[in-house]
Design a protein around this ligand. Sequence first.
Ligand code: ADP
Ligand code: MG
Length: 690
Amino acid sequence: MASFSDPVRYLSGVGHEMARRLAKLEIRTIRDLLFHIPRSYLDRRTVTPIAFLRPNEEASILGTLASVRLERRLRGRRDVAGVVQDGTGALRIVWFNQPFVERLLRPGERYFFSGSVQPFRGLEMHNPEFEPDEEGAEHRNLARVAPVYGLTEGITQRWLRARVADALRSLSATPDPVPPEWRRAQALPGLREALAQVHFPERPEDAEPARRRLALEELLALQVSLQYARARHRGRRAARSLERGAPLAVRFRESLPFTLTRSQQEALAAIERDLDREVPMRRLLLGDVGSGKTVLALAAAVRAGGAGMQTAILAPTTLLAEQHAETAARLLGPAGLRFALLTAATPSKERDRIAAGVSSGETSLVIGTHALLERDLGFGSLGLVVVDEQHRFGVRQRVSLAAKGNGIQDAHLLVLTATPIPRSLAMTLYGDLDLSLLAEKPPGRAPVRTSFVRADGIEMLARVLGEETKRGGSAFVVYPVVEESETLDLKSAAAMAQKLARVGSLAEAGVVLVHGRLKPAERRLAIERFRSGEARILVATTVVEVGLDIPDATLIVIEHPERFGLAQLHQLRGRVGRADRPGRCVLLVGRAIGDVARKRLEIFRRVENGQELAEEDLKLRGPGELLGTSQHGFPEFRAVDPVADLDLIEAARGLAKEVLSKQEIEGDEARLKTWIEAHFAGAERYLESG
Ligand code: ADP
Ligand code: MG
């Protein structure tokens, strides 16, 4: 009998060399092997004679490959085409744009092909799954719907299938953590059955519920880790209730020059409930650019101030910190809250003065960059930390935050993010946080129309800008800056600003340039000229993305839009159409962009809602790429599909609570770790977050 955690060497047929090859597929234990989910299935239950094939059906055939060759197509595409014969007839088969397939096939040998039959040139089979008919009649009967695995050098489908079958046979009883009633309600199989069905389903349609059951296993382990860590931290930590600040908070709300939207009201109510408890708040506020998150953060700061406690608002960039400070200056007056802005640009004398105010408790609110934490800023009585992450997320970042001194662990924590992150990812990455979503925008925001313009020379751009300024509007022109060629990119932004300034009508409207390397004073001056309307064209690198609130801007032109992620593009587009004037977004697209990039930009043009956009992007690119491949903090699931499994992710949060409250593991960390290790290798590291 084998258990999940036994090494694969335990199986017969797996020696040192094969174990080494399996490790290349991240398969080290029996559990890894069983969670190596097939990438597709080959349906060999019914083999159809070629003469009986019908168009527009999925079918399997068994025959001899008569010929195969590579065919060159337009735009560098290469297809593989072959002919199969089976005694009743011959069929053309085609793989589109998968040239590597040709090397895997030998004319003269017998294969199964399984795919869709299409009415082209008579009939053709398109992009079929295939494998040599080498297993012999007996084994074929064992796996009539055969799993097709991701492989590596020196491992064949046949060999891997036999090892998986062996592992399933020798696996000892494994406790199933999911309550049977719940499982039945979701129409999901038990753990044991799921493992069998995901590899060797009786019918192809049985595989998907089985995969989902295994996905649930992984999600549950992650959620249990996160919730356990949170419960442990919270259990040890006591925050100060900020309830005494309620009267001041009410006064602040009444002094606002607008009424809060319904979703702002709901989110604020949730925040206030948290703040009034003596358990530290851990809450994520998710909302589009301009949805009104900062206002809520200020409302929370006022509540803290009213209760005699201090607040730190941390922004990812100096520019954004400055902008928060501006909003604070505008709105905090009536509440009489003393606040200070502290960034890298703050002169050291002033910094000392601010530090003194912070440690004496006289300053109620400090707004600054994340670097604020690095400094030895001694808070007299820190009650609330607001972290504006914009589009940086991940469990890891918060771990380092929690590790800092300054009594931050005892403070209430509110995380803001403007990244339109799919809900499934948010709930996974932030499994240990409570979620509030600002779904609607404040009223009076005009929609932004997006269009493509061919990027040929400067004429087109000059024309678009000219029309806009003639109409009385003002415009951003944005350049991407990618790290590898930062100098070059900056140069092109600067060169473009110069060229535009030489066009007569544009020179009249006024052109300014803003980028990350400008001295703060220069940058402020340029932005001020733009804000006042003295200059109506602002050429910039992406620095504008993270917070430049200019309500009058009507147009944003984006150069090389394919170099930005959809989330970034969305943030950029959110910079216009913020007042009552409708906004426009123009994407300058060159000839040489790829199909995937074009598809993404087309989605961006069509979809304006950030949340919807994020879901589309997730479907297109998957979580790794969506979040940026390295260090994104997204767990490496094997069975979870973050697009299809949103319901499971939600369910796992609730189920984890039940699992944790069960007698067996509560309060016994060693046992908990074993449990987690058995269900999702890697999840145990999340035990340390908080
Ligand atoms: P976010 O931080 O989510 O980007 P902000 O809080 O900065 O959004 O709000 C964007 C702008 O909208 C600010 O000028 C703010 O004063 C204004 N605003 C916020 N909430 C409302 C509301 N309910 N009604 C009208 N304007 C609002
Ligand atoms: Mg904001």
